[in-house]
Every structure is written in structure tokens, then in C-alpha cells.
Design a binder for this molecule. Sequence first.
Ligand SMILES: [Fe+2]
Length: 382
Amino acid sequence: MAFSLNLPKLSIMGQGAVADSIEELAQQSIKRPLIVTDNNLLELGVLDSLFAALESKSIEYYVFNQVTPNPTANLVRTGYQAYLDNNCDCFIAVGGGSPVDCAKAIRIMSANPGDICDYNGIGKVVNAGGYFIAINTTAGTAAEMTSNSVITDEENKVKMVIIDAKQIPDIAVNDPGLMIGLPANITASTGMDSLTHAIESYVTPGAHTLTEPTALEAIKLIAKWLPVAVKDGADIEARDKLACAQFLAGMSFNSAGLGLVHAMAHQPGATHNLPHGVCNAILLPIVCEFNAAVSPERFRAIAEAMGANTSKLNDVEAANLSVKKIRDLSELVGIPGGLAELGIVEDDIGGWIDKAMSDPCLGGNPRQPSPKDITELFKRAM
Ligand SMILES: [Fe+2]
């Protein structure tokens, strides 16, 4: 099968990007956008430049500000009702992965029959839905430019991964000025999420000549700039580089795929409502050790991208060094040392194994694990 590179129609990067995206919106035949966000961002004034841009074009809007981390199917249904009740016909998401994923799911419901849970899996969406701008405020999930949304089915305690290129927003917006207020711990966890995207998409058999350079460049930028942004959130250059890095990682994983880190991280995320980036960061070096056995030369390139000199090392030593570099970065930016620190106990692991084995991200992993392997890896992550 030929390779497809899926991207938004337009991506706008840098300060002033929000106003530019509304210039584009004003040229569409739209009536009223549903703005999907969380109340925290609203109260912090992160949406003020968006409101000013909409008002300057006399575009009326309705704000749905109920999004919480790890959005649920019920939240999506509530958002869809708000879309109907307020006669909306298009979408603006503002936030990190949670508001953007929630908006993607509401948009699916607005244009397709049935319930959001009917769209869990790959390629089930028939109609894309109304015009869609996604304004990113973290760096990040890259949700503003990807085909995926992750919604928690609270009844079955599972994270649904909806994968369909029809979910890609029409415009992806990254304005580093919106990211300067992000607290250090969220900067760290979202940055480690994007590092995981870059690494998983670089080592997957789905990697392509078009995605390998973007993955490596993302790794390089994150290793250099994440500690800077965690130390000084107002460093606009660091915010800009990380916004670009997470976008590059998104370009890579959106077409190449992810792997076992995400397949595993979705499980504690769903049962214990834990931050996605923290779960990934804890699992990443452990899964890299597991994967390095089948593609050590890939991990040599990762070590090099993270600033290591591997010229005097054999493949195994270079791969080990990449794992050390990941652990060092994680520690430097303040990621917890293990799942036990997040309130997980070993008895929790048993319920996750079948779900990890059937997670759609697993297929992208370079080494196929057994249920016993996954159990062992979770134990190591404690
Ligand atoms: Fe992720």
C-alpha cells in the first residue's frame, strides 16, 4: 500500500497566528462557531485574543467550556447538545489534547449518525463535519493537526482511540504566546508526550522517508528546549521551538503510527485518570529497552539526536545510551520516577493487559509483545 501523509489544509505558526486563522474563517460561509475549551483557560484569559479577533469580524460564537482532562463520551454528548441548542455550524477548539479531542468527537456526532462510541477504531467516520480550527495551547499532543482523538468510554473504563483522517482540523494554529502561562509540570508532561510521539514514530516499521527527518528533528528540539521551557515558562523562543517540535512529531506519528508506549500508557490513564504525558514518560525508557533489541541502529540515531556522541560505541551500547538520555531528561524536567508514585499498585496491572494488547497503537510497535511481556514491563515501571 502506498504511503499517505495526512496534514491540515493550513497550519499557522508563531505569534499572531490566532488572528490570522480568524481571517481565514471569515472567508468561509459559516454562521456560528462552537468554541470548545476548558474553564481554566477561559479564566486565565487565554481566549481573549480569539474573542477580539472574532468580534472584529462580527462573528457570533458560543463557548462550551466544560472540557476536563481525559474527556469522556458523556462530555462529548453534552458538547454536541450545546452545538445543537446554540445553532452552531463550525468549530474552534482551544487548548491541549483534551479540548481538541473533545471538539473532534463533537464534530463527528454533528455530521454522522449514532453515538460517539460507534466510531471507536480506525476509519469509521463517514462525514467530516463543519469547518474546524484547532488552536493549540500546549506542546503537546499535536492534536491540532492529527487524525486521532482519544475519548474515555467511562462505562467500559477504556480509552477509545478514534483514528480517521476526516478528523484533521482545517486549520492548525500554534501561537507560542498562548503557551507562556503553562505550568512547569504540564510543560514537562506534554513535552515528554511529544518526545514519545517522535521516538515511537521513528522506530515503527511504519516510518517513511518523509517522516524520519521530522521525528529526529523533533527529538533534537525537545532534548534541547524542554528543560529551558520547564525552567522559564516565559522564554518565548523555547515555547516556539517546542511548538514546532510537537508539530514535527505530529507530522511523523500521524502518518507513521505509534507503538507500545501509547498502547500501555492509555491503560493507567483510563482507570486512574492520570496525565497522558506522565504515563508515557514513565513507560518510554522501559519500552525503548524492550524495542532496542530489534532495532538498535534506530536507537543510536535517537541518542545522537539527544546530543550524545556514539561514535565509539557499538549498537547495543549506543541504544543503552539513548535510554539513559531519555531517563536523564525525564528526571531533569521533574517526571515522577514510577507508576507507584501516581497511586498505582501491582494489583491494578492485571486489568490492563488485554486492553493494551487490543489498543490500536500496538500494531505500530517494532517488536510484538506477549501479554507476559506487557505485564513485566508494567511491573518494571512501578
Ligand atoms: Fe500521546
